[in-house]
Design a protein around this ligand. Sequence first.
Ligand code: ADP
Length: 632
Amino acid sequence: MDKFAVLKKYFGYDAFREGQELLIDGILSGRDVLGIMPTGAGKSICYQVPALMLPGITLVISPLISLMKDQVQSLNHAGIHAAFINSSLTENQIAKALQYAAEGRYKIIYVAPERLETASFMWFAQKVEISMVAVDEAHCISQWGQDFRPSYLKIVRFVGQLSARPVLSAFTATATGAVKEDIICVLGLKDPEILITGFDRKNLYFGVETPKRKNTFLLDYVAGHSGESGIIYCATRKNVEQVHELLCRMDLPAARYHAGLSAEERKCNQDDFIYDVKPVMVATNAFGMGIDKSNVRYVIHYNMPQSMENYYQEAGRAGRDGEPSECILLYSPQDVMVNRFLIENKEQKEENFGEEELQAIRERDEERLRVMNFYCTTTDCLRNYILRYFGEKGGDCGNCSNCNKEYKEEDMSEEALQVIQCIREQGGRYGINVVTGTLMGADTAKLREYNVSRFASYGGLRKLQETEIKKLIQKLLQDGVLHQTADKYALLKLAPLAAEVADGRRKVMLKLPPKSETSAARGGSFGASGVTDGSSKGKRSRKSDVLNSKGLECFEVLRTLRTEIAKEESVPPYIVFSDKSLVDMCVKLPFNKAEMLRVTGVGEHKYEKYGERFISRIKEFTGGAKGKYYFG
Ligand code: ADP
């Protein structure tokens, strides 16, 4: 089977994403590789696909138990024989797993680095053919990385003791120049194929806010994003407790996580979050590594983190599915003091280092804190600041709080007139999204359904970006020129003041971000024409862009089925199928095996497990008729 056939059969995807092929080809030709790719880029496929094609076993070194469990669960659901060996298993279970592994029952085995030097593991490793050792989260090997793990150094010794040297592959999302050099040098990669894809996560909005009362800001934000999943990071356990209590008092569905809770409670709270029982998680930075939840719509930092590395990694847990998501840092100058205290406290624990090393680490941490503090206070583009820190260049992005704040006020009275005309023409029957889409002249399934192109205002504000039109509407709401109905539809209506704008007695002034090349990639909902494979992160693929109201109903039916199956099998819903796969089913309406296999993310194994159940639900919903389209 070639790599494309493997990708389709086991993972259900038709094409590789940027860079994946280069690394896979490198591995298959026997070369070491290093992949530096942002979160959500698809690093796992880079070693999983070749693992299935190489003759022997692939060992994946991974730092976290939860990460291994999730990956192994996903692989088994895709029909790939995989296992993990770590301290969550009993000695008996480990012995059994090693015995099965030695019999060649697993193609991929996840292990924690601590395991590598145990006698039983070495016994196994020397007995079997190991084709590849893949090092996940490879920055843990570097003392310059934010999560240095001394046990990662064991990897090199372990590889040296094998009878034949396997291919080494290393992957990380965070790597400054020093970390990259460390990975290559410490791991001893031989003439590696190196791939560094851009660090920019176009679907993420970055914001720094300095509210007088963080709690008020937070409550408003979480309440205003009800039904959405988010993570709130706090610097200390005490903060976590306070913020968690605050949200619970307001009946907001929040879970909590920090190292002071029992392992049992942490597990239970984490599950509540992953299964969307409590979609908001309040946590210290102990939470998150290894959490593969793709639909996190916002990450709020209640306190400033200790470094940009930490910040970008934690904030990066938003929007893994490529959908627009927000990363907001709530800044107060006191946070610097708290962090200094935490850094000093951390030093006490680092017995592994000598005085000189400790001094170097202290200086490094101080420097990182300074850089982080600058991020919170700069008036430059935030994204640009982050990218520059990681060694990349970029222009102003138009999708961060500074780009949106900094620019001069413009007279938007004429444009406001267009908004008023649009709402008048439509009889105040629509909310902000339809009005914005109409003014943009957008062409989505939903807008076609409402036949908005018949209105004179259709495309009247084509020259503006979606976010600009929405800002204008927000401003008109603030100024009392418009108002919204209080029900869940929030329909836009004209207020008496609209007459003053209409006859020129009242000017509308608005602060707008600058126009830039990247602004087309700004978060918004009107770009999509179909389901993307996620290879282009900025492109929209929200279900509401693709599906019309009938399609959205179908989606809900399939989602219910997915929840049923997830409960039966005790796995998170996204392990069964992603939202993207469900949307594609609503578009393609598969009635048989061949059609179902054309749906993105449906491989042969998943088809065998779930295909028939989804097909029969789809047939039931459509009444067996394909003629009625559920999209565009
Ligand atoms: P990373 O480890 O880089 O954060 P993952 O390996 O978890 O990213 O991949 C992120 C998501 O992208 C997963 O849902 C994965 O199945 C999906 N994905 C990876 N490669 C492809 C591809 N070639 N086509 C479509 N989806 C892909």
